[in-house]
Design a protein around this ligand. Sequence first.
Ligand SMILES: Nc1ncnc2c1ncn2[C@@H]1O[C@H](COP(=O)(O)OP(=O)(O)O)[C@@H](O)[C@H]1O
Ligand SMILES: CC(C)(COP(=O)(O)O)[C@@H](O)C(=O)NCCC(=O)O
Length: 319
Amino acid sequence: MDQLAPTEKYSPYRFFSAEQWSQFRADTPLTLTGDEIDRLRSLNDPVDLEEVKRIYLSLSRLLSAHVEASQLLFRQRQAFFNAQDVVKTPFIIGIAGSVAVGKSTTARVLKELLARWPSSPKVDLITTDGFLLPNETLRRENLMERKGFPESYDVGALLRFLSGIKSAQSSVRAPVYSHLTYDVIPGEFVTIDRPDILIFEGINVLQPGKLPKDGKIVPFLSDFFDFAIYIDADDKLIHQWYIQRFMRLRETAFRNPDSFFHRYSQLSDDAARAIAEGLWANINLKNLRENILPTRARADLILRKGTNHLIEEVALRKL
Ligand SMILES: Nc1ncnc2c1ncn2[C@@H]1O[C@H](COP(=O)(O)OP(=O)(O)O)[C@@H](O)[C@H]1O
Ligand SMILES: CC(C)(COP(=O)(O)O)[C@@H](O)C(=O)NCCC(=O)O
C-alpha cells in the first residue's frame, strides 16, 4: 500500500501532515481527561491525550461545521417543501478500515468528543459486526473462513437499519456481536432512538451493494452517510498490530473458558503465533486487499497511521 499523497492538484483530496492538521483545532477545548481516554482505548491501541489534541480536536471542529451546515440545509429544505412538521434526521458518520487498524478506538473517542459539544448532542455508536450472519449459517454455507467478507453480512438487515435511522424512526434495533463467543448473540439487540448523530463503524461500511437487477435499486450503505472516514495504515503495520493484539488476547480474553479462542491460550507462543499468522494472511489481509482498501477513495476523510498507531497524514476531500 502506497503513501497517500499523489499530486494534490489532480486529486479530489487535500493532504495535511499531522502537524498541519493539528493547527485546525483553533480554540476547540479539550473536554476529555487522561483517565477517560484510558477507558476508551482498545487493547493494543495506545491513543492518548496528545493524540486527541493533535488529531481529534481538529476533527471534532470539522465535524461540528458539517453538522451545523447540514442542519441549515435541512431547514432550507423544509422551507422549500413548505413543510410544517420538523422531524430532524440523524447525522450519520461512517468509519471504515481494516480489521485491527483501530476503528473502535477512533469511534469511541469521537463519540465522547462530539457528545461534549456545547449543544450536548445525543451521539450513538453501532458496529457492523452485529450484522454478521450467525456462525451456524456461516458454517452451513461454508463461510467460516470468510468472516468479514461482504457475503458474511446480512446486507438487507444493514440497509433496513440505516434506512430506519435516516427516516427518523424511533427505537431502531441493531443486533449485537460478541468477540468472546465469536458469534452474534441470539436475541440481543441495542435500540437506537433518534440520536442527533450516529457513528456507524465497520470494515464494510463503504462497500458497494449489488448492481441493480430487474429495475430494483439497491442502495449502498454509504448512501445514508453524511460523512465517511477511512482509517488507513500500511498493511505491514496492521499485520503487526493484529499479531500483537492476538498474543495479548491470549493472556486476557482467551483465558476465559467461554472464549471461542480459549484453546489458543493453552498453546505455546510459537504455535499461537502460527494460528494468528494464518488468520491474518488467509482472512483479514485478503479481505483488506480485495474488499476494504478499494473503498478508501470513497471516504471524505482518510486518517493514515504510522508506527505506534499515531496518525501521520490526513487527506480531506475537496468541496
Ligand atoms: N478475538 C477477540 N477477542 C476479544 N476482543 C477482540 C477480539 N478481536 C478483536 N477484539 C476487539 O474488538 C474490537 C474491534 O476489533 P476490529 O474489528 O479488529 O477493529 P479495530 O481494531 O479496527 O477496532 C477491538 O476493540 C478489539 O480489541
Ligand atoms: C468480526 C470481524 C469481521 C470485524 O468486523 P467489523 O466490526 O469490523 O465489521 C473480525 O474481527 C473477524 O472476526 N475476522 C475474522 C478473522 C479473525 O478471527 O480475525
